[in-house]
Design a protein around this ligand. Sequence first.
Ligand SMILES: Cc1cc2nc3c(=O)[nH]c(=O)nc-3n(C[C@H](O)[C@H](O)[C@H](O)COP(=O)(O)O)c2cc1C
Length: 325
Amino acid sequence: MDSFWNKLPKPFFVLAPMADVTDPAYRRLISETKNPDVMWTEFVSADGLYATREKKKMPDVENPLLRDFQFSESERPVVAQIFSSKPEMIAYASKLAAELGFDGVDLNMGCPDKSIEKQGAGAAMIKTPELAKEIIAAARTSGLPVSVKTRIGYNAVNLEEWLTAILEEKPAALTVHLRTRKEMSKVDAHWELMGNAVEIRNRVSPDTLIIGNGDVQSIEDGKKKIVDSGADGVMLGRAIFGNPWLFAGRASESLSKEERLAALAQLARYFSELRPAKSYHLLKKHFKAFVSGFDGAAELRGKLMETNSYQEFLVLSNSKEYSSV
Ligand SMILES: Cc1cc2nc3c(=O)[nH]c(=O)nc-3n(C[C@H](O)[C@H](O)[C@H](O)COP(=O)(O)O)c2cc1C
């Protein structure tokens, strides 16, 4: 199938989905510096989309799940990430993603969150490979190119069986977070296994693009990991914390105090505009990331952490304290 995936540069660098971090507000800020080669939305529950739209008949403008699904043209290509263990729900949400104009749909088969695993979705999918295959086939009915993001096994590494099952469904792309479900994010990502994943791809589905994920610190670091492993691209997640210039190749240490504070103020503004129903406190993880690495950062961060609304943030960010730390 011809899609944006076939038109990407090689190697390529994509932004990881991170719930309540790479939301529409932060993605807008990133797209004003330098876009990754592909953007992902945060994950959205396919069952939730169905229940709110079809059962509760909630108007789209009031639907918080659809707010998570919004994107701007400047983010393209942009992929909608969904999760469910029910093929009919995946088919429903994938079709909706197509109607909304997304470039692709991505299936989350790696999230270790208990509430998601309880539904048989996220990382729990690793234990039901036959169902995972049905889920991929269901997403394909939308006409969008389908990708999968997963881990290297559940309790133990199980690349051969698990990746083979997914690749037999010929997804357009496969992102491999190089940790098992059991390892969560507590150990270093197993980059030494990426070459094996690439071999399985070459054997089972050579047209599927394969993306390595886990602990990639910068574009330079990603380039090296791609050369060493043979992956087509890498996905960067936590390296974007406090550094919207990541994809422009800038290291966090190179950002000036002024750049950090101006970027944070812009992010807070976008958050208040694009995420009005979300708790202001979600911004606080960004305070930690942006307000660091310069004299007076700890003190200013402390004051920011005490704010309870965007209005309070504005008062502080317009004060001398913010500009003259
Ligand atoms: C705060 C946070 C939220 C995340 N949310 C998602 C998500 O919605 N969907 C997903 O597939 N992975 C999610 N992840 C996992 C990341 O996409 C990525 O696989 C992981 O952070 C490893 O990459 P990194 O070492 O580059 O951060 C999340 C990770 C973090 C830290």
